[in-house]
Design a protein around this ligand. Structure first.
Ligand code: SF4
Ligand code: SF4
Length: 416
């Protein structure tokens, strides 16, 4: 699309990126076919092509309006449109720039600001979040079913091995995962240990920055990123071979550190290095298990939900399923696997209606083959799909760990 940026945007540091992205879009509309919000609302303004057009008008000088902000807020940033687009339009980057500008031009209402501030602080508070979860789990039996079903059951993670291997990786602990689903990192660490790799986890809760960055509190998000880089850097210098992330939503953010801090001389080189080292746990386990996993039989039938961040963000569609099959699980059919479950970071809190419809659709799509269990690769999706699900929803790493743990002789073979 031809574009003529308004004068005030021509001087903007993001001008080149805005123009480049807008010029690539040929307005074909293929992306609408795979956009969850377009499918639900049937409104061009709530699809990627329409959003791109509205952003184009804004960058060309049209006044910022609450209506524009609403259509952009309804976007899940699932990036399904990017996977579909034949012209390689980097839609999510354009959206990020537009949202940041609109945030300054159109200040949110007091209520919205309180909501956003509370979400970011609560997820990052550590102790306060932990107390709330512990109280919720303790009082769940006394609460109405609608509320109690949204409180995840307490997990008791397995004990960790104390063996130190020469191969070492860092593992992101995350902000809410250590409190709600501690099994994920504990079992990932246990599996890596069996494969002769020590996973080092800085136990303090550390958000990767995604919560701030996705709620337009960019500076707050960047602060967390800088803090994490400072904490990780001594380990990077000591020669760890990778930075492993078990939540694909966080993985996308960590892989973007280099781009995010590229203009900050104190952090740019370190951020780039950390992005290079970052990998999803499926990449590492997949590689290692190619050589090590013996045939295991498990009676369970699994429906795997591929998070948008894994398939569209990290481009790792189809990586987990072969690992589950190798671990003996039978994979079930999943309808419309490219569509978002509606969790999308804080979307389920900020856009409950659309998020609820997507959740409902996803639960049905995952149950078409009546699986025994649903597995996924991101805590947000795990909790969102698990809320009201009739079968357990787990991180896939728990299934692989359970398959190996249930077969002692195989465990020994793997550790050899
Ligand atoms: S973003 Fe891509 S698929 Fe969508 S209208 Fe533009 S060129 Fe077509
Ligand atoms: S990111 Fe997802 S919700 Fe947003 S426009 Fe693209 S496909 Fe639609």
């Amino acid at each position: 699309m031809q574009t003529n940026l308004a004068k005030h945007f021509q001087q903007d540091p993001a001008a080149e990126a805005i123009e480049g992205i807008l010029r690539k879009c040929v307005h074909c509309g293929f992306c609408n076919a795979t956009c969850p919000t377009y499918q639900l609302r049937g409104d061009e303004l709530d699809g990627p092509r329409g959003r791109i057009y509205q952003m184009k008008q804004y960058f060309e000088g049209r006044e910022a309006t609450a209506e524009l902000q609403l259509h952009l807020d309804r976007c899940l940033t699932c990036r399904s449109c990017e996977t579909t687009c034949p012209s390689g339009v980097h839609y999510s980057h354009l959206l990020e720039i537009a949202r940041e500008k609109l945030e300054v031009e159109l200040p949110r209402s007091v209520w919205q600001r309180i909501q956003l501030w509370t979400i970011v602080r609560l997820f990052n508070s550590g102790w306060l979040f932990k107390i709330l979860v512990i109280c919720g789990q303790a009082f769940a039996p006394m609460l109405p079913k609608k509320i109690s079903s949204s409180i995840p059951a307490k997990q008791v993670p397995p004990e960790q091995s104390t063996v130190q291997h020469s191969r070492r990786v860092l593992m992101l602990s995350g902000c809410v995962q250590p409190t709600i689903t501690p099994n994920t990192n504990a079992m990932a660490t246990g599996l890596l240990d069996k494969l002769g790799i020590t996973a080092i986890e800085i136990k303090d809760r550390h958000c990767c920055g995604a919560v701030g960055l996705h709620t337009s509190q960019t500076e707050q998000g960047k602060q967390q990123v800088r803090r994490l880089i400072d904490l990780w850097w001594p380990y990077v210098e000591s020669g760890i071979e990778a930075i492993v992330v078990t939540a694909s939503g966080c993985g996308v953010t960590v892989q973007d550190y280099g781009e995010l801090l590229k203009s900050e001389s104190a952090f740019a080189a370190r951020a780039r290095k950390i992005s290079e080292l970052a990998c999803d746990i499926s990449e590492l386990i997949g590689r290692e298990l190619d050589h090590s996993l013996p045939e295991i039989e498990s009676p369970k039938r699994v429906a795997f939900h591929t998070p948008c961040t894994l398939q569209h963000g990290l481009g790792l569609k189809g990586r987990v399923e072969p690992i589950l099959e190798k671990a003996g699980y039978q994979l079930c059919r999943v309808d419309e696997a490219h569509l978002c479950c509606g969790s999308a970071g804080t979307y389920s809190i900020l856009q409950p209606e659309l998020s609820g419809q997507l959740q409902n659709n996803k639960q049905k799509a995952l149950m078409v083959d009546v699986p025994d269990v649903i597995a996924t690769a991101n805590i947000g999706c795990q909790l969102h799909i698990g809320n009201g699900s009739t079968v357990p929803v787990v991180h896939w790493i728990e299934l692989v760990y359970a398959a190996l743990a249930g077969n002692n002789s195989n465990q020994e073979k793997v550790s050899q």
